[in-house]
Structure formats: C-alpha cells, structure tokens
Design a protein around this ligand. Sequence first.
Ligand code: UDP
Ligand code: MN
Length: 301
Amino acid sequence: MNLKFVAVLLFLVVVLGLKYPQPSITHGRTDVVSVTPWLAPVVWEGTFYPVLLDSIYQKRNITVAATVFAVGKYIRFLKDFLETAEQHFFVGFRVKVYVFTDQPNEVPKVKMAAGRELVVRSVPNSKRWQEISARRMEIIQTLIEETLKNDVDYIFCLDVDSKFHSRWGTESLGELVAVIHPGYYKDDRSKFPYERRPASRAYVAPGEGDFYYCGGAFGGVLAEVHQLAQTCRKNFEDDAKEGIEAAWQEESHLNRYMWLNKPSKVLSPEYLWQDFKARNSEVRVIRFSGVIKNYNEIRPN
Ligand code: UDP
Ligand code: MN
C-alpha cells in the first residue's frame, strides 16, 4: 500500500464520509492465489483495505506482542529491527516487543511511540546456533504461560536479522498465522526442505505438506501459538533424547505442525523476503526481509 493510496483513502473517509471503495466480487488479483484449499486467506498486497481493517481492530482495542531473540553477535541486528518496527509494525496499536538477549546492557535505546513498550529479558548464550534458534520455542511457551496470559491478544515471533520496509499490520491477524518461505514457493512439494527421516518427529512424508513455511516469522492468538510452541519444543526435545536433530531445527517442527494444524491465515512472502533475492513480479511490496549476513562470522559454530 503506497502513501498516495493511503492519503486518498483517508480523504474519502474523513472528508467525504465514505468508508472505503466498494469491494468487487469478480475483480481482484489474478496473478496470485489469495485463499488456500482449506479457505484460509493468503495475504498479498492488493487483497485488503488497511484503513478498513485497522478500523475493525481499533474498536477491539487489541494488544500485539512480538518476540525477538538477539543472542551473541546477533545483538547487532537489534537496532535496525526495533527502529523499523516502530515505523511499520502495527503502527497506531498497542504493541509490546519482548527482546530476549544474553547482553541486556547492549540493547539499544530505541524511542518507542505512545502505547508501545520494549521489554528486555535475559537468556543464556549457547555454543551452538541450532540450540539458540530452537530454544526459542521453549522461551515463547514460558512467556505466554507466565507473562502474557491476560495482557495480550496476538503474538508474532520474529527473527532479529531482518528489517521492516513496509506496513505489517492488522491484515496479518488470525488464530494461527504462518508465513510462506520466499525460497520455495514456486517449487513442487518434493523439493521442500522438510525433515525427511521418519525417525524424527518433524518428519513429513513424500506427497505430504501444503507449503514450506518460515521459522523466522509466525504468530496468532496466544492459545494457538502456545500450543504450537509447546508441541514443537516437546518434539524437538524428544528427538534430541534419541540423538536426532531435524534438518532445519524448529522450522522443520513448525512445518510438521502446520501440516497437521492448518494455519487460519497465511502471509505471502511479502512478510519475510530475503535481501539477497531479486524481487519477483507478484511481490509488489516487501514488508519484512532478512538482511544479508556472513554466517561464518556471526554464528558461534
Ligand atoms: N539467533 C541468535 N543468536 C545466534 C543464532 C540465532 O540470536 O547466534 C536467533 C536470532 O533471532 C535469529 C534466529 O535465532 O534471527 C534464527 O537464526 P538465523 O537468523 O541465523 O537463521 P536463518 O534465518 O539464517 O535461517
Ligand atoms: Mn534469520
């Protein structure tokens, strides 16, 4: 949604008293699929009216939490993440950003708008990036149980090595929300990097799986995200007891979970692009994108 369009919509709403353009039942985007076979919306630019959606959720007075982990050298990504979230993530809504880090004193002082709050929590470091990444599920589970219960309506769990570039708002809300991975969305499911060993609890058999979803962004209402985090954590830990680690750690477990528990809303790759990827024509807006990083330099192993 570009600024000009937003301005025009605001003009219609405020000056003319019109609510929003008449929705069409026969015309819309034809270059992308905007509903899954289980009838969950797939959110692409041009399939929703931001002003309309915001007005619906403003009335409900919602609070949205975001979790982000910045452990070890990943602390360097935090400033851009937080500053761009201020510009694009649920602007105008009550937001609580939970930062989990091993270096609470290094968290940048980012000015938060009214109604927005930054909460810093300490977590231990680890010698293996796989463990840092996967342990997020346990910490998210505990956060929901101990802190968020009556306080927050929706939660999004996001990678820190990324920046917001455009609106991420109420159009993304749903019971259980998954983001399509930008790397595989035109591929046959046989090419998806699911865990393929039946011994793992993240196993997805040939011929199974709908989409390949990102581990770097997911969300929904508290109860649903709690169930997801608890299940992925348990399956990851039970695998570990048997000496097995899924191909892409918690992302593999999340993909297994979303196959068995279909997301009620699916976000297009606009919601987690990768800076090194050229933009495809169906991606009209990049909202959130992973920055380019030197894995050898940044990871502990
Ligand atoms: N992470 C971290 N420190 C590490 C490794 C990972 O804080 O040493 C967190 C961080 O939030 C990161 C996420 O785990 O965004 C997932 O790891 P990464 O982004 O490296 O995975 P990728 O997106 O490259 O698959
Ligand atoms: Mn990442």
